[in-house]
Design a protein around this ligand. Structure first.
Ligand code: ZN
Ligand code: FE
Length: 253
């Protein structure tokens, strides 16, 4: 499967998936139709599927216009079907959904929103997680509790290290500033933060990122690390409590 980044709005990434054997073409979380149409036209591709991770406007904004043009199938969270415009197929935890020969495994990952899901393509080692994991960050808790989000992140963290994390926003540089602040003793993180500054100064994207690197450097995946617990003054506290403290600190940062 071939994966292309379509930058959109101020800092959104829409992901275009092309399964060349079957000709299936999917976009993940089309914020708007226009930039997707432009890429389809430039490449001579026909859209067959839309994969939505959650209901926010910057993830489903292009659904209806794209469906009107292509009659593509819209796949989204069963737990939030009423808020996904044009939804055709409702999926949830443990489901496998086939995109033209590429099977996607679905995870329920509530926290950012009630009905957030993620799609994992095992063969391609590709995780489309919307606003759940960001490079060095995680989504804000608009509709879920810290314990719920920690549990959701744990499901995704269990995937292999060589998984590429395709999140939906370029928030990495500001996330890195907070991460270094909250986890100052993390050598791998300090090195990554430097690389991110260099990449951003060159105007390069920092997404996708390898999940293994996120496990070592993303504070929101490290709430069960004693070093991070100590850094936030919560030695011995349960990971949910450490996660809640780190998330609250980020909201104030
Ligand atoms: Zn969102
Ligand atoms: Fe978003």
């Amino acid at each position: 499967m071939e994966i292309e980044r379509i930058p959109c709005r101020k800092d959104n990434y829409v992901w275009l998936l092309h399964e060349s054997t079957s000709g299936a073409v999917a976009v993940v979380d089309p914020a708007d139709a226009e930039p997707v149409e432009a890429r389809l036209a430039a490449r001579g591709l026909r859209l067959t599927h839309i994969l939505n991770t959650h209901h926010h406007g910057d993830h489903v904004g292009g659904n209806l216009a794209l469906k009107a043009r292509w009659n593509c199938k819209i796949i989204g969270p069963r737990a939030d079907a009423a808020r996904i415009p044009g939804i055709d197929a409702e999926v949830g935890d443990g489901d496998m959904y086939d995109i033209g020969g590429a099977p996607a495994k679905v995870f329920d990952v509530p926290g950012h929103t009630r009905g957030h899901i993620a799609y994992w393509f095992a063969k391609d080692r590709a995780l489309f997680c919307g606003d759940t994991i960001f490079a060095l960050g995680c989504g804000r808790l608009f509709e879920g509790s810290p314990a719920q989000m920690w549990n959701s992140l744990g499901k995704l963290r269990a995937l292999p290290d060589d998984t590429q994390v395709y999140c939906a926003h370029e928030y990495t540089q500001s996330n890195a500033r907070f991460a270094v602040h909250v986890d100052p003793g993390n050598v791998a993180l300090a090195a990554r933060a430097k690389e991110i500054d260099i990449a951003r100064a060159r105007g390069e994207a920092t997404v996708p990122s390898p999940l293994g690197l996120e496990k070592r450097t993303n504070p929101f995946l490290r709430a069960d690390d004693p070093g991070l617990a100590a850094a936030v003054g919560l030695t011995g506290a349960p990971p949910e409590a450490v996660f809640a403290a780190v998330r609250a600190a980020k909201d104030q940062f």
